[in-house]
Design a binder for this molecule. Structure first.
Ligand SMILES: [Zn+2]
Length: 178
């Protein structure tokens, strides 16, 4: 920028109302985020189960929500979500012509890379401009027997998101002997 910054009018109006405090008081605590996330993802999963049909409904076994601490928004995902028509695969995760994505190149388990509910939820968040480091993750089982129980991340998701997102309330994959 240029050097001519012109006259300075700073600090003469006294209009600095306590914005910092207002922001602070509206910020949720981690335990509030954890509690709300669980309620929200269960609600979402119930709705989703009603919406889905056929094979997709039958295969629906996992739901994930990520909370963006910067905006207060929740983003949801389900296993197989990335198969949806016109799905916008975020290049940070899936890579593009020039760069590799954060997802592993080869799956570390029996699931196709990108298939997980976690990837779907984070993909939605990233497409809305969220930053990975601001996200809190909650993943649950959506099967009849285990509905609402926390489900820890698989090898692929742990590889992709551990150390990059803020926290994962449902836990990471644990290697034997670690
Ligand atoms: Zn996974």
């Amino acid at each position: 920028m240029g050097t001519g910054s012109g006259p300075t009018f700073g600090n003469t109006k006294g209009s600095e109302i306590n914005v910092a405090n207002a922001t602070h008081s509206s910020r949720k605590t981690v335990s509030q985020i954890k509690h709300e996330s669980k309620i929200n993802v269960m609600k979402w999963a119930k709705q989703k189960r009603d919406e889905l049909s056929g094979k997709t409904k039958k295969n629906f076994n996992t739901a994930c929500v990520v909370y963006d601490i910067e905006t207060g928004n929740y983003y949801y995902g389900r296993n197989g979500g990335y198969h949806e028509k016109y799905y916008d695969r975020n290049s940070l995760l899936f890579g593009d012509d020039t760069n590799a994505g954060l997802l592993p190149r080869v799956s570390m388990n029996k699931y196709p890379v990108g298939n997980c509910a976690e990837v779907d939820a984070v993909n939605h968040a990233l497409n809305k401009g969220a930053k990975l480091g601001n996200l809190y993750m909650t993943t649950i089982h959506t099967t009849k027997n285990q509905f609402g129980n926390y489900k820890s991340a698989c090898e692929n998701c742990t590889y992709t998101f551990k150390g990059r997102i803020n926290d994962n309330f449902s836990g990471w994959y644990k290697n034997e002997g670690e």
